[in-house]
Design a protein around this ligand. Structure first.
Ligand code: PMP
Length: 371
């Protein structure tokens, strides 16, 4: 039987339709193969320090460094799993709330750690934008402290992110009610700059709110085959950090270090490579923005009655328009180059669109908007 159209994967294709490899990554790999500094660069401590700098940004400045912990993880998924494991051991709550909708693996990761998963309202399907009043109202009505999973930027799958003001409101509510934010940061620098995309983390840390961050280097360094990530914790006091540091030390003995750890540590700690990487990351973000603008323009022409404005307001690899109704049983929409680009539920794989396939993709999306 024909299966439903699959969900778009979190892959990025360049203008030629290839998965690009960053020049910064190629150079770092080459430098690590020669030279005696390989050992230093693969040091997990250097990686944790460099990646912790991305995650926490300037919220660490002038603060006691013992309150900012970062542990290497094999991927963003692994970081979420380690965080869930930690939460399962931590008083005072075993309840975790995910946004509706959220990345499809979140639920399984938290349930497998033995936590109870609930859902909070996030996206208004009718307005095709996030509904922060519903979100905040929900947090305020929760009967006690809970873990709240939030995405830092390029929300998967809606592409709709919190603004700085909205992060501030949520951080105030979370602090007042004792909730624990767990921030999933898989696309830092792809929504806006690195500093802008960690605003949620700094908003929590600046208020002294205990916060976990699962970070992924997979997309932002284009390490699809050799992914890596990290789990970070901001602890309001050095005393509160101690049990978490002990847990992280015990993982060091159990887990193998991710293969790309030395590459990322090298790029982040060498100014020349870091500059090159930053420009490659910016280039990726700009191109996704251009694809969004071009798709928006074409769809406004093909289907002018539909409101396509969300395409240019949303960010990152995905957009989400639940009002679209692509034919579920059609084996392949005519001309659609990759059936994963438009899912049955209205998820759009923006980062899979290239200049070449855009006209066909736009026709398939316009067709799904027909009455
Ligand atoms: N969180 C979100 C929201 C994601 O989209 C992804 C990647 N698809 C991850 C976490 C996992 O990252 P990784 O590929 O490094 O496991």
């Amino acid at each position: 039987m024909e299966r439903l159209r699959p969900e778009p994967p979190a892959l990025y294709l360049d203008a030629q339709g290839n998965i690009p490899q960053f020049e910064s990554v190629r150079q770092a790999r080459a430098e690590l193969r020669v030279g005696g500094s390989a050992q230093a660069a693969t040091d997990a401590g250097l990686y944790a320090e460099a990646v912790g700098g991305l995650v926490f940004g300037d919220s660490r400045d002038g603060q006691d460094p013992r309150r900012f912990l970062t542990h290497p993880a094999a991927s963003g998924t692994h970081a979420l799993t380690l965080g869930a494991r930690l939460l399962a051991q931590l008083p005072p709550t075993r309840r975790v709330y995910l946004p509706t909708p959220s990345w499809s693996n979140h639920q399984r990761i938290f349930e497998e750690a033995g936590l109870t998963v609930g859902h909070y309202p996030y996206f208004d399907a009718y307005a095709r934008q996030l509904d922060v009043d519903a979100l905040v109202g929900f947090l305020c009505r929760l009967p006690g402290p809970a873990v709240i999973v939030l995405q830092a930027s390029c929300h998967n799958p809606t592409g709709s992110d919190l603004t700085r003001d909205q992060w501030d409101v949520i951080a105030d509510v979370v602090k007042a009610l004792g909730h624990i934010p767990f921030i999933d940061m898989a696309y830092q620098g792809l929504g806006d700059t690195l500093q802008d995309d960690n605003y949620g983390v700094t908003a929590m840390a600046d208020r002294g709110v205990f916060t976990l961050v699962a970070q992924s280097c997979s997309k932002i360094f284009q390490l699809s085959e050799a992914r890596c990530g990290s789990l970070s914790a901001y602890c309001p006091s050095a005393d509160q950090a101690q049990p978490i540091q002990r847990a992280m030390q015990s993982w060091t003995r159990m887990d193998t270090a991710p293969a790309s750890l030395g590459v990322v540590a090298r790029i982040l700690s060498q100014p020349g490579l870091r500059k090159l990487w930053q420009s490659e990351l910016d280039g990726m973000r700009d191109r996704v923005g251009q694809v969004r603008a071009a798709l928006h323009k074409t769809l406004c022409r093909l289907s002018p009655a539909w409101d396509w404005s969300y395409l240019t307001h949303q960010r990152g690899f995905f957009s989400y328009d639940p009002a679209l109704h692509p034919a579920e049983d059609a084996p392949q929409a005519p001309g659609l180059p990759d059936r994963r680009i438009v899912s049955a539920s209205g998820r759009l794989g923006i980062s899979l669109i290239t200049e070449r396939n855009l006209p066909d993709v736009a026709h398939a999306i316009a067709g799904a908007s027909a009455p």
